[in-house]
Design a binder for this molecule. Structure first.
Ligand code: AMP
Ligand code: MG
Length: 521
């Protein structure tokens, strides 16, 4: 473990706060503040990610040694680590919120792996920083398990994301009022080590812009391009324009993936938008069970539902507009920024069309296929149909028949009455899709393989995560480990693991953690 190679570019190349330690403060003219993790009582490794550990250069023996839990529980630093909290701002629920920063995250350092790739190691829940505002800088086991499992599930689904190396229990209790309703309780604390090439966010650029600090803004932009976008070349405004367009393209791809797999981020504030287009800051996220574009798991957003499933594409666009605004001092006029925003629209449309073709099993997406998918979505919403089960089973419907039999889709319905009422429309829709598939003329086996690669069989349904959490809070990590295993191959049939495929059971419909979550974690 002592042989890891650290190259801490962020603290080396960007201005830091002259004051060290967690005293709460406004930090001006600096991108980071030096602050060490606060030691915990009894760090214990609860789960870890073998392929990521190997990639970073940790042997199994190193990960399972007591020293690993000490380091990734925040009690010890390795040679070369330079812990800091990053400074950033953000728009929260549509309003400028000023300085936010890493209030419960501390970066330990940047590891360069054997292949030359750079990985920032960051502890989430490692204690107070200058940015902790009213809170304690800690994280509870329940939220840490959710982040640990979901970031890895997303990675294996092929969705860009920060990753999770380890889950360490702190041996300490954390007090949380889970629903902000005056019923605080003690919960076990935990720390996730999350890993990404960069944790820069849209809000990292918005903060210096809001303060009129063009010098820091430019330094951040230059640093980000050099470290995180090394494939871009050129200089000056043209380079900034290419960079912004790249961010827009990545963001479009990211959101298209979320819509494909049925993921609802839940808190798409601009401080939770990664400049690399990664899914970041897993909080009150959720997975679509019955298809409902208006659903959000986040109780904090229950009234407006700004961050509902179906609005994610337009919210990402709004967030990019905020970023464009923040970057405007780098440009003489707004045309390059507008070009980037246009790129978002075009890239999202292209990605959405590719998704439609893949999910329906067509070799390409035509205009009538876009309409076909929209029609299906409306029907699924009205008929209360499970998104994951429906698309996965669609590959089983025999499209050679003039009137395809919808029987393989039976399992996807939640309500037998709604199913009866909705079947005629489904039959008709399937007949038209069948004609289209026959016209497309693809080999059925290849069609099926392509559909299975776009329509996951296993996703981290909210109730599955909650069941693993309930067990873990009793000290039994087997549910977490089992989910970790299943979610490593989300597109494969995994015989014997049918328990992870079923639709949301009735008891989970309105249970906290299964259908509703708050930002309090
Ligand atoms: P999030 O909703 O996780 O994006 O957090 C929004 C802001 O609140 C960020 O600046 C976080 O660092 C901060 N924050 C959230 N939870 C805590 C906590 N338990 N302790 C300190 N800061 C927190
Ligand atoms: Mg955040």
């Amino acid at each position: 473990m002592d042989a890891l190679r650290f190259d801490n570019a962020f603290v080396r190349d960007l201005p830091g706060d002259p004051e060290a330690g967690p005293r709460l403060r406004q930090v001006e003219g600096a991108a980071w503040s030096p602050v060490a993790p606060t030691p915990v009582a009894k760090p214990r490794l609860l789960a870890w990610t073998p392929d990521l550990a190997a990639r970073l250069g940790f042997s199994e023996a190193a990960v399972t040694s007591p020293a690993f839990a000490e380091v990734f529980g925040g009690n010890r630093l390795l040679p070369g680590m330079q812990p800091f909290a990053a400074n950033y701002g953000g728009h929260q629920f549509g309003h400028w919120a000023g300085q936010l920063g890493d209030g419960r995250a501390i970066t330990l350092g940047e590891v360069v792996d054997a292949g030359g790739a750079r990985w920032e190691l960051q502890l989430k829940g490692a204690g107070p920083t200058p940015y902790s505002r009213m809170a304690d800088g800690r994280a509870v086991l329940r939220s840490s398990i959710r982040e640990f499992l979901c970031s890895e599930a997303m990675h294996h689904l092929g969705v860009p994301t920060t990753r999770a190396l380890s889950l360490v229990g702190t041996g300490e209790q954390v007090v949380r009022d889970m629903f902000y309703d005056g019923h605080p309780r003690e919960e076990p604390g935990a720390i996730v080590c999350r890993v990404a090439p960069s944790f820069l966010r849209f809000g990292s650029f918005e903060l210096p812009f809001s303060r009129g600090d063009a010098t820091l803004l430019r330094r951040l932009a230059d640093f980000c391009i050099a470290r995180d976008f090394p494939h871009l070349s050129g200089s000056g405004e043209a380079l900034y324009a290419d960079w912004f367009a790249d961010v827009c393209t990545r963001t479009a791809g990211l959101v298209a993936h979320w819509m494909r797999v049925g993921f609802v981020h839940g808190v798409l504030n601009t401080d939770n938008m990664s400049i690399l287009g990664l899914t970041i800051d897993y909080g009150p996220y959720g997975w679509i069970d019955d298809y409902d574009p208006d659903w959000t798991p986040n109780t904090t957003d229950a009234q407006v539902r700004r961050y509902r499933f179906g609005w994610q594409p337009r919210i990402a666009q709004w967030n990019l507009l905020r970023l464009a605004h923040a970057l405007s001092p780098l440009f003489a006029d707004t045309a390059p920024l507008q070009a980037g925003l246009d790129r978002y629209v075009a890239a999202f449309e292209a990605a959405e069309q590719a998704t439609i073709a893949a999910k329906l099993g067509l070799s390409a997406c035509r205009e009538d296929d876009v309409a076909r998918m929209r029609e299906l979505h409306v029907w699924m919403h009205g008929a209360e149909v499970d998104m994951t089960l429906f698309f996965r089973a669609l590959a089983e419907v025999d499209m050679a028949a003039a009137a395809p039999d919808p029987a393989p889709l039976d399992d996807a319905f939640y309500d037998p009455g709604k199913r009866e009422a909705a079947l005629p429309v489904l039959r008709e829709w399937l007949a038209r899709l069948g004609a289209r598939v026959r016209e497309d003329g693809r080999d059925p086996a290849r069609r099926r393989a392509a559909m299975d690669a776009a329509n996951p069989k296993y996703v981290l349904r909210n109730y599955l995560a909650q069941q693993a959490i309930d067990l873990a809070e009793q000290g039994d990590l087997s549910g977490v480990h089992a989910l970790q295993e299943v979610l490593r191959k989300p597109y494969d049939a995994q015989p014997g693991r049918e328990a992870y495929v079923g639709k949301r059971p009735d008891w989970a419909r309105d249970r906290p953690g299964c259908s509703t979550l708050s930002c309090s974690s």
